[in-house]
Design a protein around this ligand. Structure first.
Ligand code: SF4
Ligand code: SF4
Length: 403
């Protein structure tokens, strides 16, 4: 499997656009599977974590066997949040890790608002600790931040200082995937407010990957400043964990093409982990076989030409159905107040992740849904997505599927 650098991608793409399937099939090696092959230093925390780690946004009660399987495969970093599965994610991790707590790292999160008091923050942390059956959390994040006011809140800083002093948290972080992520990252880096960041980042956002694509795929750069921000994190020795690395995770679409010794997910992971400014990634793990497959991307192997072929094929196939996570360009397009990006995010959970139950739960949480689409001509939002997503088709269909 020939290894190629990011610069080579430009050359490959310029010559052929999408690399022909014939070149993918030539190797015919079995995709690698198995176990963690790389442990990385998470910036200034000095934690040594598995490069591919456990994301638990869809973990439910009864999922302890997944945690045990991940442990057996060498995963030692488990990411959860107060709100995942209405607390069941933390609860399940706590049960599964009982007796093994000192062999792993746990990260959890809470949506701390700009006006949140230190008292309510401490109450939320204590609830997480109880569910997790532990007396400390290794990295505690302010969750899904898309407004600097949330990181400017002095109560957040007094709370984290107090929680550290009491030994309840070891390190602090900020997670984000919204349209104002870069502004928030610059804010926390310039003020030295966090030890770790958790950010959305995938090949479809990488300027070097996008520039290798033909015009058949939307090449509008998404957060073109993200590589600069990640380099800034590295220069400040802030740990960088990435998420949403699969650009929507339509894994089944790619199975017929996975004949070159790698799977699509492994290729996508190698792409992200080959970025020198990224330390590790978390990915939602919902089946044992899937864990084994994902870990085939562990170990810092270089991106191969077969990997690039898979990624390009995926990008072309899904470019006009994938709602970019950090995009808000259609905001305000709907005169009836339908939150289009949020609605399409829930659609992705159903159609890409294949998790309709989770999609329905998330859809039910929306303050405004897409019911207005059922009696709308679709004209106002018809041209609102510059990436070519057919909003008058997708928005009402999502409501019908998930309401
Ligand atoms: S629908 Fe299109 S414009 Fe709107 S958030 Fe998604 S990708 Fe961006
Ligand atoms: S179809 Fe109509 S109601 Fe639905 S998002 Fe588009 S403009 Fe809004």
């Amino acid at each position: 499997m020939p290894a190629i650098g990011r610069r080579d991608v430009l050359r490959l793409g310029a010559v052929s656009g999408v690399i022909p399937l014939a070149s993918v099939a030539a190797g015919q090696e079995a995709p690698a599977t198995g176990e963690v092959r790389g442990y990385v230093r998470l910036g200034r925390t000095e934690l040594k974590i598995s490069d591919i780690s456990f994301g638990s946004s869809r973990l439910r009660r009864g999922g302890e066997h997944l945690i045990h399987h991940a442990l057996d495969r060498g995963i030692n970093y488990f990411d959860t949040a107060d709100g995942y599965s209405a607390g069941a994610s933390e609860h399940t991790i706590g049960r599964a890790l009982e007796g093994r707590r000192d062999t792993v790292y746990i990260a959890s999160k809470f949506v701390a608002g700009a006006d949140e008091s230190r008292v309510s923050l401490m109450r939320a942390l204590d609830t997480s600790l109880r569910r997790l059956r532990t007396d400390y959390i290794d990295v505690y994040f302010n969750h899904a931040v898309n407004d600097v006011a949330r990181m400017a809140n002095p109560e957040w800083h007094e709370f984290t200082a107090m929680a550290k002093q009491q030994g309840k948290i070891r390190f602090t972080g900020m997670s984000g995937h919204g349209s104002r992520l870069i502004e928030c990252l610059d804010y926390v880096f310039d003020r030295d407010l966090v030890d770790v960041v958790l950010v959305a980042y995938n090949f479809g956002q990488d300027p070097s990957f996008l520039s290798s694509m033909t015009k058949s795929f939307g090449r509008l750069p998404q957060q073109p400043d993200l590589p600069r921000a990640l380099a800034k994190a590295k220069s400040k020795d802030v740990g960088v964990v990435t998420m949403k690395t699969l650009m929507g995770a339509r894994l089944n679409d790619m199975r017929p093409f996975e004949t070159g010794g790698a799977t699509f997910s492994q290729a996508a992971f190698r792409w992200v982990l080959s970025d020198a400014n990224v330390d590790a990634l978390i990915i939602s793990m919902t089946e044992q076989d899937q864990i084994d497959e994902y870990l085939g991307g562990s170990g810092g192997l270089p991106v191969s030409s077969e990997d690039v072929a898979l990624l390009q094929r995926y990008a072309v196939a899904n470019g006009i159905t994938y709602c970019r996570h950090a995009c808000s360009l259609c905001e305000g397009a709907c005169p009836y107040g339908v939150p289009i990006p949020d609605v399409l995010r829930t659609r992705m959970y159903a159609t890409d992740y294949g998790d309709v139950r989770f999609a329905r739960e998330e859809y039910a949480k929306l303050e405004e849904n897409a019911s207005a689409c059922l009696s709308c001509t679709g004209e106002p939002c018809a041209e609102a997505c510059p990436h070519g997503i057919d909003l008058p088709e997708f928005a009402p269909a999502t409501h019908r599927m998930l309401a």
